[in-house]
Design a protein around this ligand. Structure first.
Ligand SMILES: [Zn+2]
Length: 160
């Protein structure tokens, strides 16, 4: 498990299973494409728990490009199914993708896309989480961002 402080004051918690998935898809060799998907989580008081993430679908998602080229219909179907199966507890929390970088940082294009995704999702959430996974062999090698109407900020004090 890994926890970060949210700029809004709460705590973001990433489950071991989620961290394992990030680790498995990290771009640690040149032959690995960029991977990504959506983040699903639950909110309980001031704790936001990301407990499920989607991984690339080789037939629908266009890999090797930005994660935002994932298949929109497939992602929406997964979001709807999770919402129903959890009685409305598990919701869309944001996006993740890999970078072949030691110190993962969002590109300017990533920032534009996060803001665009936030504007589209405003009806359900007042912020979005964006995670970028680095290529190092350690679970804390991730950049965690928080996007709201004030812009994008990095979540601090990630600790395993
Ligand atoms: Zn990126």
């Amino acid at each position: 498990m890994l926890e970060c402080d949210l700029p809004s004051g709460g705590i973001l918690r990433l489950s071991d299973q989620v961290l394992k998935t990030f680790h498995r898809f990290r771009q640690d060799t040149h032959s690995k494409f960029e991977s990504g998907g959506i983040l699903l989580g639950r909110i309980f008081e001031n704790v936001v728990s990301i407990d499920q993430v989607t991984t690339p679908d080789s037939t629908l998602d266009k890999r090797g490009f930005l994660f935002f080229h994932r298949h929109k219909g497939r992602a929406q179907g997964i979001i709807n199914q999770a919402f129903i199966q959890s009685d409305g507890e598990q919701i869309y929390m944001g996006e993740w993708h890999t970078h072949p970088q030691k110190n993962p940082q969002p590109s300017w294009k990533d920032k534009l896309e996060i803001k665009r995704a936030f504007r589209k999702s405003r009806l359900n959430l007042d912020y979005l989480i964006c995670i970028i996974v680095g290529n190092q062999d350690e679970v804390a090698n991730i950049w965690v961002g928080y996007c709201d109407e004030q812009g994008i900020r990095q979540c601090t004090q990630c600790s395993a």
